[in-house]
Design a binder for this molecule. Structure first.
Ligand code: ADP
Ligand code: MG
Length: 622
């Protein structure tokens, strides 16, 4: 008599099912698999819907009627949620009307112009000789503007540049008798002060400005002393990489770089504790996390954003699991330095500066899990759906099951380390030659990568960020070809959609997604790879150190990567490169030789069940 068994792994993002039939002699045949999105927070009764769906689907793939299902094995899923916060720790403020960093999409002309700002209406009253920059408010007609400038220049007025409210720079530039640099799209043009000395710089297509992005360039133009040069250096920094810029020197106007107090974290370790200020950045925070580890809990300074984030994570976990907040502990923390675009306070054209920020991911676990309640609810649900004789049991600890499942990858053997790269957490487990196991759970995984990409590119669109994370980039250079990020070209027989033309696109399996930003392909690629490195390479090394005696990575022979993020087209490579110096063989798992990095825990549950049966057998007969 064979038995029909399904192992189910409830993850933070995905619920996976592995269906097997077990023969009377203990032989196992895997006959089906399915996966679905996890419903509710892992380890809570809301998971039932996703579990039932994945079980029924796995039965359907093998054409086994629900009535023949004997047993469902669930993993011991400790609820884990990861909280995420992004703290901006620097701020650029412009006082008075000093304008920085304005980089319109289509500036006109090229070169550098320095002069006193004069309204276009006052141009007729301006005498020759003195260099001037013309200021034109929004709503002005480009023909009239060009005519006024040409007339003045004809009278000998030294017009060196123009600042426009409208998006007209190219139209005006094309009508001028003498070429000058022009910036446009200055939305709050009424804030630009007439009578002050300013500088406008426009670089050629594909180039970036040289003078206004150089502190000494600014000092030369405005005659600054060393103290003043130091004060304006943030301006130069903010303008780096722009194709155009305008800087106005006002008597008391200033640009400040300010460090925002972000609050401190109290890290409570097993034996040590530490307090660290978030504005000190990720490196300092992670040094302290490693020093006091293993972490028992983390408390954020109350009244600060950091304190708020830590408290919110703890409270939402307490609510979901019906535990008291005091029973909810933060078991790991990952801090990452990022640069996020923020609108400059006091700017006149929506200027954006890249500010330093720290992203914090925290992993919260409760003391005990409520998996028995989940198992009971799953049994009720499945019996309703026709699985009349099913039993549901909580089968085993996730990390141990993951190694068992990973061992079904061809070419692997004990001792073995698995790194499960999921959505919310990075989990490591080790199976020693003597069957001894160990595990470590770290905050930060695929979802954090997506959020970093979203924030650093200023997208405010997590779906697009997810697409950018998963796909290589290309740029539509003509209607029939795309330049791929690796430099090669891909040709098409039919014209590309007009929405993609001249845009950077993410090349997914189902087509291309245009990325509606002004970032170059190189910049998007760098942001993507840096985010993956900062989360997964950092966590892989932390996890391997945590589970290796003496943190000596040279003792590890084989690492198998599992989980959704192991499907990524570059994360496995980035990790393999980082661990290669330790002589570690690292690759993506292929569970049961067919499932890729998916289904390890679900398959491991079945394998553990079978080996427990045969052990019992040995005992009975021996
Ligand atoms: P969990 O075990 O926590 O439920 P998963 O193993 O399902 O998580 O992994 C979810 C993560 O995997 C998500 O961050 C998702 O973006 C990522 N992911 C899934 N498929 C891919 C893919 N093809 N390429 C890159 N990342 C992927
Ligand atoms: Mg998982």
């Amino acid at each position: 008599m064979h038995r029909t068994v399904v192992g189910v792994d409830i993850g933070n993002s995905t619920t996976e099912a592995s269906l097997a039939t077990i023969g009377a002699a203990g032989s196992v045949e895997y006959v089906g698999a399915a996966l679905t999105r996890t419903t509710g927070v892992k380890g809570t009764v809301n998971n039932v819907e996703g579990v039932a769906t994945s079980v029924m689907r796995s039965l359907a793939t093998a054409r086994i009627p629900p009535a023949e299902l004997d047993l469902v094995l669930l993993n011991e899923a400790t609820p884990v949620i990861s909280g995420l916060s992004m703290e901006t720790i620097t701020e650029t403020i412009i006082t008075e009307s000093t304008m920085i960093g304005h980089d319109p999409r289509t500036p006109g002309g090229r070169g550098l112009g320095v002069g006193t700002i004069v309204g276009v209406g006052a141009l007729a009253d301006t005498g020759p000789g003195k260099p001037v920059i013309v200021l034109v408010s929004a709503g002005a007609d480009f023909d009239a503007t060009a005519a006024a400038i040409n007339t003045a220049v004809g009278r000998g007025v030294d017009v060196t540049a123009a600042i426009l409210g409208n998006d007209d720079a190219v139209l005006v530039a094309n009508r001028l008798t003498a070429a000058i640099p022009i910036v446009d799209e200055v939305s709050r043009i009424d804030l630009v002060p007439v009578g002050m000395v300013a500088a406008v710089e426009v670089a050629g297509p594909g180039q970036s400005i040289r003078t206004l992005s150089n502190a000494y360039g600014l000092a030369t133009i405005f005659g600054l002393d060393p103290g003043q040069t130091k004060a304006v250096s943030p301006v130069a920094r903010a303008l780096t990489g722009n194709r155009s810029a305008v800087v106005v020197r006002t008597p008391s106007g200033d640009v400040e770089d300010r460090v925002i107090p972000a609050g401190s974290l109290d890290l409570l370790g097993e034996n040590r504790r530490a307090r660290v200020d978030v504005s000190r950045g990720a490196a300092d925070i992670m040094t302290e996390v490693a020093r006091v580890g293993p972490l028992r809990d983390v408390v954020g300074e109350s009244g600060t954003n950091t304190g708020g984030m830590i408290a919110t994570v703890r409270q939402s976990m307490a609510d979901l699991t019906e535990h008291a907040p005091a029973d909810v502990h933060i078991g790991d923390l990952l801090a990452i330095d990022t640069m996020v675009p923020q609108e400059v306070r006091g700017g006149v054209a929506g200027e954006v500066a890249l500010e330093n920020a720290v992203a914090l991911a925290a992993m919260v676990r409760t003391r005990e899990s409520g998996m028995q309640a989940v198992a009971d609810a799953v049994a009720t649900e499945l019996r309703h759906a026709g699985a009349t004789r099913v039993e549901v049991v909580v089968g085993g600890v996730e990390a141990e099951m993951a190694v068992r499942g990973a061992l079904t990858t061809p070419g692997t053997d004990k001792p073995l380390v698995v790194l499960d790269l999921g959505g919310g957490s990075t989990d490591a487990a080790v199976l020693e030659a003597d069957d001894h196991t160990g595990a470590s759970h770290l905050a930060g995984a695929g979802d954090l990568v997506t959020k970093l990409i979203d924030a650093e590119l200023g997208l405010d669109n997590l779906e697009l960020a997810e697409e950018i994370k998963r796909c290589p980039l290309g740029k539509a250079e003509s209607f029939f070809h795309i330049r791929l990020e690796n430099g090669t070209a891909q040709f098409f027989d039919t014209p590309l959609p007009s929405t993609a033309f001249a845009r950077v696109v993410a090349l997914g399996e189902s087509g291309m997604t245009p990325i509606p930003t002004r970032h170059s392909m190189d910049r998007i690629r760098t942001v993507r790879r840096t985010a993956k490195t900062r989360v997964f390479v950092v966590n892989a090394l932390r996890a391997l150190r945590a589970i290796t005696p003496g943190a000596d990575l040279r003792q590890i022979g084989f690492v198998v990567l599992l989980g959704g993020s192991a499907l990524d087209f570059e994360i496995p490579e980035l990790i393999a490169d980082a661990v290669a110096p330790f002589g570690i063989v690292c690759g993506t798992g292929n569970v049961r030789g067919t499932e890729g990095p998916r289904n390890a825990v679900a398959s491991g549950l079945v394998a553990a069940h079978v080996s427990a049966l045969s052990n019992d057998g040995v005992r009975v007969h021996g």
